[in-house]
Design a binder for this molecule. Sequence first.
Ligand SMILES: Nc1ncnc2c1ncn2[C@@H]1O[C@H](COP(=O)(O)OP(=O)(O)OP(=O)(O)O)[C@@H](O)[C@H]1O
Ligand SMILES: [Mg+2]
Length: 454
Amino acid sequence: MITIRQRLLLLLLPALVILMLLGGLADYWIAVATTRNAYDQALASVAVAAAASLHSDDGRLQISAAQRAAVAGRADADGSTLYSIIGPDGELIAGSAQLPAAAPSSGARNGSVSFRDADFQGMKLRVASLRTRTDSGPVTVTVAETLQRRASTQRVMLLGKLLVDFAELDVTLLLIWIGVYFGLRPLSRLRERVDEQSTATLQRFNEADAPGELRPLILALNHLLELRHDAALSQRRFVADAAHQMRTPVTGLLAQLELLLQAPGAVAVKGELTTINRSVQQLAHTANQLLALARAEPVSALGESFKPVALRPLVEQLVERNVDRAVNAGLDLGADAQAAQVTGDAWLLEDLLGNLIDNALKYTPRGGHVTVRCGVEQDQPFLEVEDDGPGIAESERQRVRERFYRLPGSPGTGCGLGLAIVDEISRAHHASFTIGLPSQGGGSRMRIRFPAST
Ligand SMILES: Nc1ncnc2c1ncn2[C@@H]1O[C@H](COP(=O)(O)OP(=O)(O)OP(=O)(O)O)[C@@H](O)[C@H]1O
Ligand SMILES: [Mg+2]
């Protein structure tokens, strides 16, 4: 997967390489032109100095020995004498007669210097010729130098410029990288906030402090969240309505079945009626569980209806309600309730504890013990149901919270929604739900720990 940063660099890199190539060509041209101008000026000044030092001796033009040495020393790049001074009649006053002179450019004034490149005795030369008038007549002073010194100066200049360009490119790339990194920070932050979202806490994103470019995206995300929220809400309503619609006829059916079972004529079909009765009871239980789950789901604005709820009366009530059932199942059901209070929904907490007690009574074999506790531990209120039944293997403790999941071979009837309901209600109360072992012996210890502030 290509990131935006990589994509930007891939787009920018060819442009930067082309720019660098063009920059290199420009550098080359500047190095050549600058060096040529500088060296040509120096060469011209040698010719001018030589011409200025010409003097007439017995009617013949002469150049002093000192100046001749100076000219030869300056104009000579490789030890050979590369100059010539041609007198008014074309006679050689000094230097080498074969040295080609540079032709004057059209419209050249007296005293101006013209330049040319020439091949002389196997050497490539830069030639400067000065045509000037003396008292004795016109004189042409030509000085020449090989191209080595220019070439090496050009190389040094070019290399220096290329190095600077390369360093500039590096710094530019670094600045682009930094710019892109910081420019995309709001996007990374948005992604982190999207990652932090969970179904339990789907929250709108705040577009007020986002950069202008991101605002449309945030608005679109918020719109999507609203759609998702609405869809979840209507699904929850549908489940709740369906379960509710089912409950009324199913309750009626159960009442009719009870009557039928007691009717004298029912003896012949008592077995079948009992089976039907069990199935309808199971249906009623499923409808109730679905309703409880729909109530607990976090899409509803549950937090707003939360009030202080005392846990001790809740525990005592539910234990009392289940005593007969426990006695019938041959179980010892007890309560160990300490004062504790949470902020929550009393109906939901009743659903939660009801499911935990139901499971303990359903899955603990005859002769077992079930204890329901509440209290405060380390400032955190808790609810707990402990039994000495078969327990839940550690590898299954996560899966049993899933909807409609029952452990293979689970006894009794059930639809696999109880612990999913417990999980949802715990989350709605920002509480943690752990499935563990009792402090002694085998069995299960289901514990809900509420936040300390509630
Ligand atoms: N106290 C317990 N001891 C042993 N196993 C348990 C206990 N509580 C739950 N389980 C196992 O976890 C599974 C999931 O429990 P859950 O309450 O979600 O579903 P259920 O009891 O099968 O159906 P429902 O509660 O919807 O009637 C159960 O099928 C059971 O195997
Ligand atoms: Mg259950």
